[in-house]
Design a protein around this ligand. Sequence first.
Ligand code: HAM
Length: 422
Amino acid sequence: MKIKAINGFKDILPDAALSWQRIEQVARDIFARFGMREIRTPLLEKTELFARSIGEATDIVEKEMYTFADKGITMRPEATASILRAFIEHGMHVQRPVQRLYTIGPMFRHERPQKGRLRQFHQMDVEVIGATEPQVDAELMAMGQLLLDSLGVSVSLEINSLGCPACRPDFRDKLIRYLKQHEESLCSDCRRRLTVNPLRALDCKDRNCKALVQDAPSILDSLCNDCQVHFTSVKHALDLLEVTYCVNRFMVRGLDYYTRTTFEFITDALGAQSAVGAGGRYDGLLKQLGGPDLPGIGFALGMERLALLMEQQNEHELHQQPATDLFIAALGPQAAEHSSLLVHHCRKLGIKAAMDYSGRSLKAQMKQAGRLNSRFTLIIGETELAEKEGVLRDMNTQKQQVFSLTPSADKQAKAMANLLAA
Ligand code: HAM
């Protein structure tokens, strides 16, 4: 029986990997422009870290984590908790008052796989720790938008405020009172979560719940003065940076650590999975995890969803193999020996060079040069080797010229580099 990959775990094949590489390159370049530095944390952490940060009553912690129960460790379902753990463990606030960090890598959640939803998925996660200013919230959203624009992906930005420990409990009570009045119309999930996590009803996908919450109290009417000022300043800063957004008072996040600003980059092009990226502020979390009392804000973009969108929205750019500069068709064992050294020297000089070792016919090798989309093919048979003159064919124009096979292979590679640069 053939062994297949686990459901929800996917191979990224070479053609697709090209767009993944592009996503990563563009992201790293933009992150650097915003002063972000890379951090890499382990894939496994103590289970308690996620339970305490993401929240015991969340779907992620309740049912989606890959946990080795006997060892008390879990495969990370997201990156924020791990980055904060590392920040605290290494006293990173001592080195810099504000740390701007990013990480790129796989996360694990045992969700039901569907389009844009996997069990091993990849995030590009950004965190700014130590800054409380609303301008930072806006700057991060502007950075996310710039990155998505640069990748040619069109999304809309939705924002909300979830208040803080001073004002949220009051809103929570108001919401519970409202939901209790309509308990019989709620879906079973929302009924179950009514007292533990009532806010989830606000973004429940169930049709009845959706209709019901339209008239529910709005968190934006319950914000304390500080939270209100913060939210107004975030909106002002977004306007200043010319970032388009809309306020969505129903947005709540699936992780418990958020305070104040939350935001999502949304698309309707991926069916049920509408969020390409999401994040927000988590001002009390560091302290709660035993660290210094510092604020933080961040977001993560889902790379599978980005790749899917790029495929849909700018397909023509994708899957373009980088062309080979030079293919050497070697005929005969001595020609092959000479060619292998020449190919190696060409590669040392940055030339994308290839050859075939199987001793196939010229016709078969020319076919392979075509498959590799090679710009030039250098034909070296035993006669060419004896006369020290190879035949260099421009694969576009089919024009041929003589290429000197003297003096040494490194000099020949240099001559080839000059020829390619001309
Ligand atoms: P999240 O909303 O759980 O937030 O995930 C962020 C993004 O990861 C989603 O918008 C989505 O694109 C992608 N994603 C999540 N789950 C899956 C999945 N099963 N399959 C494919 N893609 C998925 C967080 O993870 C927070 N840590 C973000 C954050 C950083 N907040 C503050 N800092």
